[in-house]
Design a protein around this ligand. Structure first.
Ligand code: DGL
Length: 292
């Protein structure tokens, strides 16, 4: 039986969705969260749409069995491939991050030229172009695939134990000369291709972690937006309309599950992104997920 105290299910291919979970935890401090990161099968962005769609359904069924009141697909790639089928098949409302990302882009652009930085699968799916042009058909959308970014982030995060310390020292562990170079190389079509976007939407939940090098490459005239805040607003709206918001006296529980075999690494990197220690982490085997 669904009630206000039930957790919000949040799903991502790995750690990136914690950028969205963090925003939810900050903006809706009484809400409980059940996060599932399919780290073992990350990255999704290089896989086929069909495969990712089946992973989304597995995750959705696993989370639904944990009595979630709503599911957020906090992964653009998984949203592009599986939002529709998840909405059709799961017993709870499901929201993705692409429509909110599109709204953030529309609210920001003045020149009506928007760049979308995302995984290859997301760009190829055309989901962002459709979502943005559904809001304003006159906006030109330039997709820019960034196939190496997810691995860049995951590689940096794998140094887990040092993250907290290094972050405290220099403020941004991801803003390194090597990352700046790779980001500039990837963004070249947007920067020097003569397309003159005034807004770039980070169409992958891993990418806010690379905001430093991305902002540096794009320069001060281009706004960089992501979907976390808009997604949280939409979530709050849906919960309010369904009278499912947690009451102000609820003590929230934040639970985390991962398919990774390395819980310590997930805990260190996850705490860094979530902005507070991940207290309760469980391992989920791929057999457990794929039974569903
Ligand atoms: N964080 C996912 C997204 O928002 C991508 C990571 C992946 O490729 O698995 O698209």
């Amino acid at each position: 039986m669904l009630d206000n105290e039930c957790p919000i299910g949040v799903f991502d291919s790995g750690l990136g969705g914690l950028t969205v979970a963090r925003c939810i935890a900050t903006s809706l401090p009484h809400e409980s969260i059940y996060y599932l990161g399919d780290t073992k099968r990350c990255p999704y962005g290089v896989r086929s749409e069909e495969e990712v769609r089946s992973f989304v359904l597995q995750a959705g069924r696993w989370l639904s069995a944990r009595n979630i009141k709503i599911m957020i697909i906090a992964c653009n790639t998984a949203t592009a491939a599986g939002l529709r089928i998840a909405q059709q098949m799961l017993p709870v409302p499901v929201i993705g991050v692409i429509a909110p990302g599109a709204r953030a882009a529309i609210n920001s652009t003045r020149t009506r030229k928007v760049g979308v930085l995302a995984t290859s699968l997301t760009v190829r799916s055309g989901a962002y172009t459709r979502a943005i042009q559904d809001l304003d058909a006159g906006v030109d959308v330039y997709g820019c695939p960034a196939p190496s970014f997810v691995e860049m982030v995951e590689k940096e995060l794998a140094t887990g134990a040092h993250l907290q310390e290094r972050w405290l020292q220099n403020g941004d562990v991801f803003d390194t000369p090597e990352n700046r170079m790779e980001v500039e190389r990837t963004l070249a079509p947007l920067i020097s291709g003569g397309v003159q976007v005034d807004t770039v939407v980070l169409g992958c939940t891993h990418f806010p972690l690379l905001a430093g090098p991305i902002r540096h490459a794009l320069g001060p005239d281009v706004r960089v937006v992501s979907s976390a805040e808009e997604t949280t607003r939409e979530l709050e709206d849906i919960l309010r309309r369904r009278e499912l918001l947690a009451s102000d006296d609820t003590v929230p529980m934040h639970r985390f599950a991962t398919t990774s075999d390395n819980i310590a690494e997930f805990a260190a990197a996850g705490s860094f992104i979530f902005g507070q220690p991940l207290q309760s982490i469980e391992h989920v085997s791929l057999d457990d997920l794929s039974e569903r």
